[in-house]
Design a protein around this ligand. Sequence first.
Ligand code: NAD
Length: 429
Amino acid sequence: MSTEPTTSPHNEEFNFFGAIQGYLNQAARELQLPEHIHAILSEPKNEIIVHFPVRMDDGSMKMFKGYRIQHNNILGPYKGGMRFHHSVSLDDVKALGAMMTWKCALMEIPFGGAKGGVKFSPRAHSVDEVMRVTRRFTHALGNNIGPNYDIPAPDVGTNAQTMVWMMDTFMNSVQNVDKNAQRAVVTGKTLTCGGSRGRDKATSQGLVHCIVEWAGENRVRLEGKTAIIQGYGNVGSNAALLLARLGVSTIAVGDHSGYLKNEEGFNAHKLAEHVKGTGSVAGYPNGVEISRDEFFTTRADILIPAALENQVRVSEAQRLRVRLVVEGANGPVNPQAEKILEERGIDIIPDILANSGGVTVSYYEWVQNRRSETWDLTEVDERLEVAMKRAYQRVMFTAREREISPRSAAYVLALEALATAFAERGIFP
Ligand code: NAD
């Protein structure tokens, strides 16, 4: 594997929350959003920071720092992922929490926006240590989360198992008779513990619905086309698997360990098995090692950034050789890079639309838990397809009508919904 360090999402010029605020400001101008609503949406309602001790396997004790940003709840309970990564910061979770507000509003889901996480690298810890971090973090958050108030989900570095530990810890903090009413405190759980069928692939399925719509609009036949995918975790690996079913082959991939190319197209399933077993794409036998630079300059039809924010910057944008960028990750293309892609005629399906399949099926999971129902996969898939296609068409229609980018159009639609709710409810007291 290439030994060059992978690029950190953070550098001196990039301020994630600032970038998201920029999009908000632009859409607020476009909509002539009332100033007081713009001001309210410019800051999260609550910023929670907790410090908590965790016992390590060797008996020593280590302090951890956790965050939960509750951005807005006018449309429903706060909702958003929990990230376990060494680069987690207040700035990151503020940006990601705000994006959840826009995403739920755009998708017409009755949830608000939140995001949280713990600043540590789960890869550097044993499973037991990660479990204790999760449980102590959940305990430290206390009543700041709850099935009617704030509902976490998986994000980078967390998964269904993490969610089940959170659920179990939360359930154990209430009286016995109330325990099972707490199942909906998190989504993205395992199926046995109240998860929804189709949640594991939901974000990627949503991406693929967007790609299919884009192909239809642009008269592109997807069969025989190629993709390159950065990040081979939940979103990246499922995207490769679903694209393969449409005849789109993934010819380059990369993650925190480095990048690989296979001109014939990777076997998405075997590569996913390898990553599950070893933790990264490193050492996968059927691929040639390439540099990060070579990855971003590989000629292909579609790029799916599905790792972290700020990965496509000016230098990548100038040299990308794709037709379409579908933002699996949140904030992977920075604002300067976006301008260059626009000038170069490279289409972007923006994050708050493209990756909203995850929160959409999280909502279905929450509904199933509260109704004590279990939907079959077909039902989940059909509902998601309708929701994604409708959102895609609304965004592209608004973009054409107002002559703005799809990203601005997605923000405009989200802000319209929020502004209407604010106007109807007024400001208390
Ligand atoms: P994950 O932890 O399953 O996978 C993350 C991937 O990113 C891994 O392959 C990891 O190796 C890679 N990565 C980490 N640091 C990297 C670096 N410096 N360079 C290159 N690759 C790096 O996480 P995920 O759930 O797949 O989330 C990926 C992205 O999708 C995030 O931006 C997340 O916010 C977004 N997202 C996830 C969901 C969801 O349902 N899981 C929903 C919406 C958006």
